[in-house]
Design a protein around this ligand. Structure first.
Ligand code: ATP
Ligand code: MG
Length: 418
């Protein structure tokens, strides 16, 4: 056993310190953006593993989103504390093993095969940690929990971490029955809930991060991400969509529509692959959804999937020219007054079927909303959030959309938002 000295309170946000040793069976850490939730659960995970007797299974709904989020966060804790010598990181297996033999295993709920082999090298899984838990289905989580049997010296725990995206969510129904609005904590014998916001993490935030949250104008985003309250969704732009496993039919389409929305430091670059058949729009693959990618990295990620196919991109001539230099057949999508609404209107004639691995597409589409005016009435302009993957779909379908282009933009009535 390695004794961990956690007396350096400067490493932690005050509000989370009492929870470092929280033994309650089900634990919820939820609230606004940039509240320090993910860093805290990562810190706690590393400390628990060092102390021994615990193995963690870290879960997200899809494996591809794990790699760029909590997996990196936990690796960062290890390197920030100079603990690299005590851990062996296996990138391809997504496992982190401590010299004491205890492990952190990472799995996506979409990988049935890998979920079967969740046996740690030493002892049993004692902790399931679910990051962005609102992505998950209730049954998946229940099944997983049931499967984790076996004796352990310590109490087993389930920890959920998330932003409270909408009040009709299963997590709200299941765990918030006794929650009192306005409080920030709840405890009983089996459940603990801590609600935090950016205000609990001020000392680790840049002024820009704080300003962004405090200046948020959209009422929905202000509630959820600034104040950490359960959201009440406004007028959603797409409602006719569902999630399916498309792996079996993914390669059976004649024509593919590839799209790319450039991002960099604040917004992710998003690229997707779509197809259309019989009034259905299939979202087949998230080729890219990542911050900080330069154009050569973008090209490297696209090439194996699209090969010699065209890809329609956000109209950034310099980036497009660079992608072409790297061998990608990149074209600019048409833009102009009303083009966003034309695209949306075009897409709304289809039933949208999203592959279950396209987690970021799912996250965006379920929150993509019309803006409201000051009287709370929806206007025909989307909120400029959760639109990166949505935008690339419009670019991808550019040629089909503009075949149909009429002279004037759609009105709010034509868009059906009244
Ligand atoms: N203990 C800490 N030490 C150093 N930096 C921290 C710490 N806690 C939080 N931070 C900083 O604050 C940022 C936001 O924290 P974090 O990502 O954990 O918030 P979150 O509550 O998970 O937000 P979101 O809801 O957006 O996922 C981190 O990227 C990190 O830079
Ligand atoms: Mg987080």
């Amino acid at each position: 056993m390695i004794k961990v000295d956690i007396s350096d309170k400067g490493l932690f946000n005050e509000v989370y310190i009492p929870y470092l040793k929280n033994k309650i069976r089900t634990q919820i850490y939820y609230g606004g953006a940039s509240a320090g939730k993910s860093v805290f659960i990562s810190q706690r995970c590393v400390i628990d593993i060092l102390e021994g007797d615990r193995n963690y299974l870290v879960i997200r709904n899809t494996a591809n989103t794990l790699r760029t989020s909590i997996y990196n966060e936990i690796k960062k804790v290890i390197s920030n504390y100079n603990l690299e010598k005590l851990f062996k990181i296996n990138k391809s297996e997504m496992t982190i093993t401590c010299v004491n033999g205890y492990q952190i295993l990472f799995r996506g709920l979409d990988d049935a095969e890998k979920l079967k082999s969740i046996i740690p090298e030493k002892g049993v899984i004692t902790d399931i940690l679910i990051e962005e838990a609102t992505e998950t289905k209730r049954d998946d989580v229940k099944q997983l929990y049931k499967r984790l049997r076996g004796k352990s010296k310590v109490l087993k725990r389930l920890t959920l971490c998330f932003n409270p995206i909408f009040r009709t969510h299963w997590i709200y129904k299941e765990y918030f029955k006794n929650w009192v609005e306005g409080e920030t904590e709840y405890h009983d014998d089996r459940l603990s809930i801590l609600k935090t916001t950016y205000k609990d993490n001020l000392r680790f935030l840049e002024q820009d991060d704080i300003d962004e949250l405090e200046n948020e104008q959209d009422p929905y985003y202000r509630e959820v991400y600034t104040f950490g309250n359960w959201g009440i969704l406004g007028d959603l732009i797409f409602t006719n969509w569902k999630i399916e496993d498309l792996s079996g039919i993914k390669n059976t389409f004649g024509t593919y529509y590839n799209g790319l929305d450039f991002g960099y430091s604040n917004d992710p670059t998003a690229a997707g692959r779509q197809a259309i058949k019989a009034k259905k729009l299939y979202i087949l693959e998230e080729m890219i959804y990542e911050l900080g990618l330069t154009n050569n990295l973008i090209a490297n990620k696209l090439k194996p999937v699209i090969n010699k196919e065209y890809i329609r991109c956000d109209n950034e001539p310099k980036s497009i020219a660079e992608l072409r230099g790297y061998g990608i057949k990149a074209l600019a999508a048409k833009k102009g007054p009303g083009s966003v609404n034309f695209g949306i209107q075009y897409m709304r004639q289809f039933e949208i079927i999203i592959d279950r691995k396209c987690q970021n597409a799912i996250n965006e589409i379920q929150l993509y909303q019309w803006k409201k005016n000051k009287d709370g009435i929806a206007i025909n302009e989307p909120v400029d959030r959760n639109n990166h993957f949505m935008d690339q779909i419009r670019y991808a379908l550019n040629d089909r959309i503009f075949e149909k282009k009429e002279e004037k933009p759609y009105t709010a009535q034509e868009l059906g938002i009244f």
